[in-house]
Design a protein around this ligand. Structure first.
Ligand SMILES: [Zn+2]
Length: 204
């Protein structure tokens, strides 16, 4: 929508106040190139910051900023989740690229078999194209319980309720699901809209 409205190309840039920008897209939009003279980026296994993720695996972004000379940030945990790709890019730049920057660690849910489930995947299957769901929030309270708040449209029916249960079960396996219909879901104090997150098992 932005591209069409402004009739221009747009580029995704990823960064943090503490580290300046960390990676950005090139003209091929095949991931975000990491400028190796500015940042050293490692991807660690989720909730195991000292264990490197295997190549291509989604994990926690850990950054050493080479651009902050007075206040060094060394192996700084951003609590964001992404994967890294070392394959050649058609643009000719040789730097690794960040891919699938999907959200924060606490936005990832845990399936009943112990696997990580991205917030994007579960959101799409739950609500994409479903006009009966005006807004929602999924909160995993324990390893085997999820609470789902739904802001329903007037035509919300039992069929939608069954769809919600099926979508969550598909991703998380056999887990207790509590659905509550409410009129409004408030935003976070920061103004952000958090739709999917986990409140247990957070790494320190
Ligand atoms: Zn490129």
């Amino acid at each position: 929508m932005i591209r069409e409205s402004f009739d221009c190309n747009i580029f995704n840039l990823y960064g943090a106040t503490e580290t300046y920008w960390i990676a950005r897209e090139c003209e091929y939009h095949t991931g975000l190139h990491i400028p190796i003279d500015r940042n050293i980026v490692h991807i660690a296994k989720l909730n195991q910051p000292n264990q490197p993720a295997v190549l291509g695996e989604q994990g926690e972004v850990i950054v050493t900023s080479l651009g902050r000379w007075t206040t060094p940030f060394i192996r700084y945990r951003l609590h964001d989740v992404a994967s890294i790709d070392f394959s050649p890019c058609p643009c000719g730049r040789n730097t690794a690229r960040l891919k699938t920057i999907e959200g924060r660690i606490q936005d990832f849910l845990m399936s009943s078999s112990g696997g990580w489930v991205s917030p994007g995947a579960i959101s799409t299957d739950l609500a994409y194209g479903r006009t009966a769901i005006l807004d929602y929030r999924i909160v995993q309270e324990t390893s085997n319980k999820v609470k789902v708040w739904i802001v329903p449209s007037p035509d919300f029916s039992n069929k939608d309720r069954q769809h919600i249960i099926a979508a969550i079960t598909q991703h998380l396996g056999s887990i207790y699901i509590e659905i509550e219909l409410i009129a409004h879901i408030p935003r976070d104090p920061s103004g952000k809209r958090r739709r999917v997150y986990r409140v247990f098992g957070l790494a320190i």
